[in-house]
Design a protein around this ligand. Structure first.
Ligand SMILES: O=C(O)C(=O)C[C@@H](O)[C@H](O)[C@H](O)COP(=O)(O)O
Length: 369
């Protein structure tokens, strides 16, 4: 069954997120109404090998002209150098303002291609075709585009909403197990933020999704997209409620940065899982949340073989992590903003968090206490 989740609200043009099986074959047909000119399909070498031909064949069958533009796989492609190369190729292809970028891949491709589309000739249309679980439930929806700098993740970017998102559950079958589990962290995050029933389902029957069951995955993707769509519709530019979607990310991004964004050590989803566990434990420590809630979160993450303790990941210095956290986009005047929780299903934005308290908390975590 195909589900269409609308994304609308604020100042942006409404669009649809289409979730279902066998959708790659329908890509051309679904894009035809948008494609006034040519399309460039930006992908990485791995996804291009797996799905590039199918995407191009579908576009061709619908009479849409498309060509591939390939970037190296991995977070390293979210750089000024790769952005410049992509835009230069788009200019060399003589694309114009009517042409459309298709981002075929995971979060890295979506963030980079979306930013290239936002900047090219001051902005052209783009379509997200997410091929990882993480991109289907999170990064392909909501219009955040970005590259990293050596100082941190996603520090340069725009809000540029896609015209359409096509999430084919079948492509998840080609994902390495570790990537699937990483995406599961963002799925669990949506339950933790605002839907305790969804979290309970994910921790029980729905856990089959983390092991690749397509039915459970489809339901998990649809519910995650519904949650994200509702929040983005209310607050596109993260002036308030949208910051909740950042649960686990302030700790997570700092940990990723300290590890040099080395995905062999820690993937983004694993960082988010660890960040969620830390956010709940810190919430318990300051008395905002009951210890049993933190324990339930840890159990669900453990069951999905995701990290929940810094000691599982590497050696860190608390002060270095807090310095990174103070450079996060949510921080104001160098003061920390964290997404914390009252209980599973009820996250809240906490501004002006005491940096000394976070440092002391992290020192205990690092010492394994
Ligand atoms: O869409 C959002 O808003 C989110 O915060 C979702 C995050 O899961 C996502 O990874 C996002 O790209 C991180 O945003 P950032 O603002 O912390 O760079």
């Amino acid at each position: 069954m195909t589900t269409v989740v609308p994304v609308s609200g604020g100042d942006f043009r409404p669009y649809e997120v289409v979730v279902g099986r066998g959708l790659m074959a329908e890509l051309g047909e679904r894009m035809a109404p948008l494609a006034r000119g040519r399309t460039v399909v930006i992908t990485d070498e791995t996804v291009g090998r797996l799905h590039g031909a199918a995407a191009l064949a579908s576009l061709k069958a619908a009479g849409v002209h498309g060509r591939l533009l390939t970037v190296p796989p991995g977070e390293g492609s979210k750089s000024f150098a790769e952005l410049e190369r992509v835009i230069d190729r788009m200019l060399a292809f003589q694309l114009d303002r009517k042409d459309v970028v298709v981002a075929l891949g995971g979060g890295v491709v979506g963030d980079l291609a979306g930013l290239a589309a936002a900047l090219f000739m001051r902005g052209i249309d783009f379509v997200q075709v997410p091929t990882t679980l993480l991109a289907q439930v999170d990064s392909s929806v909501g219009g955040k585009t970005a590259i990293d700098t050596p100082r941190g993740k996603n520090l340069v970017g725009t809000f540029h909403q896609p015209r359409l998102v096509v999430a084919d559950i079948d492509v998840l079958a080609t994902l390495p197990e570790r990537q699937l589990r990483s995406g599961w962290a963002e799925v669990l995050k949506h339950g933790l933020i605002c839907d305790a029933d969804f979290f309970d389902w994910l921790s029980g029957e729905g856990a089959a999704g983390a092991a690749g069951d397509p039915g459970a995955l489809e339901r998990a993707v649809v519910r995650s997209v519904e949650i994200k769509s509702a929040i983005v519709g209310e607050d596109e530019k993260e002036a308030g409620r949208r910051a909740l979607l950042n649960l686990g990310h302030t700790f997570g991004h700092a940990i990723e940065a300290e590890l040099g964004f080395d995905e062999t050590k820690l993937t983004h989803g694993e960082a988010v899982a660890l960040g969620c566990a830390l956010a709940f434990r810190f919430s318990v420590e300051i008395g905002a949340c009951q210890p049993e809630e933190g324990a339930k979160v840890k159990a669900a993450l453990d069951a999905a073989v995701l990290p929940t303790r810094l000691t599982q990941v590497g050696a860190f210095r608390a002060a270095a992590l807090v310095k990174r956290m103070a450079g996060d986009k949510k921080a104001e005047g160098g003061r920390l903003t964290l997404i914390l929780a009252r209980r599973i299903g009820e996250a809240f934005v906490s501004k002006d968090v005491d940096a000394a308290a976070v440092t002391a908390f992290l020192e205990r975590e690092i010492a394994g206490r």
